[in-house]
Design a protein around this ligand. Structure first.
Ligand code: 13P
Ligand code: SF4
Length: 301
């Protein structure tokens, strides 16, 4: 009797498929994936892959981004209900209304958003390149930044550049409390605090580094420090601990779990390959319009 991992490997070969996974995926999904990464790394990977079938272990907007970049490929999301509440905090009508209030403003959209929002945007960004993307806009231009208020305010402060910022947020990162970080700091006085820019201001202010999940992996590897307090979704700890067996990583809160990321499991990956489901397709003209804003980001980063 074959294990579920062996069945997935067999079917991958048969279908000419590759499995890519976000850093917040459950441990066993990350262990089985061919590639893991942050949002920017996954977008880049999806754009350059030769495989015809990509099983995307992440949330809907990530699979949608892959489908936008490679409309000729089959992009499968193992659970079609793995969404992102932050992405749902703005609609295309709301963004059009905001644009009408600020004619000529450049719209910069965090990739944690729907294809319809990306299609209304000039540029996309991720947490790892947001500063670079915003800095690329001429200083005489107004900027509308959507949908994450925390990432927007972080960039605004770093660059000293006023923006019109939407008030969306990530419910998972909002569960990380200052008291949790302070407790971990008191317990581990030599540890550095790595926080995601999706965290609220009181967390960002006491962090040693504000980093995307991919940047946290690089930072932990390259730093001389040996202990780290991790203020982001708990799934990242699997990769950090695996890649740095001699270093210590402390989760800041066991409430920092994204229920949508955890909807994917090995059974659903197997079923995705068996049934070639659930295919993510973005209709035209949304697909081409959204592609322009993602490609503009990829060119700048
Ligand atoms: P990154 O992996 O790009 O840091 O994004 C975090 C996130 O919340 C994705 O949903
Ligand atoms: Fe969305 Fe937050 Fe989950 Fe990322 S961690 S997918 S931003 S809800």
């Amino acid at each position: 009797m074959k294990s579920i991992e062996e069945k997935i490997q067999d079917l991958k070969r048969e279908r000419g498929a590759i499995v890519i996974a976000h850093n917040y995926q459950p441990d066993e999904v990350q262990a089985m994936a061919d590639f893991t990464g942050d949002s920017l790394e996954l977008s880049r990977k999806a754009a350059e892959l030769d495989e015809e079938v990509i099983v995307f272990c992440g949330v809907h907007f990530m699979a949608e981004t892959a489908a936008i970049l490679s409309p000729e490929k089959t992009i499968l999301l193992p659970d079609p209900f793995a969404g992102c509440p932050m992405a749902d905090m703005i609609t295309a009508d709301q963004l059009r209304a905001r644009k009408a209030e600020h004619p000529g403003a450049v719209v910069i959209t965090y990739v944690n958003s729907s294809a319809a929002i990306k299609a209304e945007s000039d540029l996309c960004c991720t947490s790892s390149n947001a500063i670079k993307i915003v800095a690329s806009v001429p200083s005489d231009k107004e900027i509308i930044f959507v949908p994450d208020t925390h990432l927007g305010h972080y960039v605004q402060k770093e660059l000293g550049r006023e923006m019109i910022i939407w008030d969306g947020y990530c419910p998972t990162h909002s569960r990380i409390r200052e008291v949790d970080v302070l407790r971990e700091k008191a317990d581990h006085p030599n540890a550095l605090v790595m926080a995601h820019p999706e965290c609220p201001l009181n967390i960002r202010e006491i962090a040693d580094g504000l980093l995307s999940t991919g940047q946290m992996c690089t930072f932990a590897k390259e730093s001389d420090a040996t202990e780290f307090i991790v203020a982001t979704e708990m799934g990242l700890l699997y990769r950090l601990r695996n890649e740095n067996p001699d270093k210590k990583f402390y989760a800041v809160s066991d409430r920092a779990v994204c229920p949508n990321m955890k909807k994917i499991d090995l059974e659903k990956v197997l079923w995705a390959l068996e049934d070639m489901q659930h295919r993510i397709v973005v209709p035209e003209p949304t697909c081409s319009l959204a592609r322009k804003s993602i490609e503009a980001m990829l060119e700048l980063s």
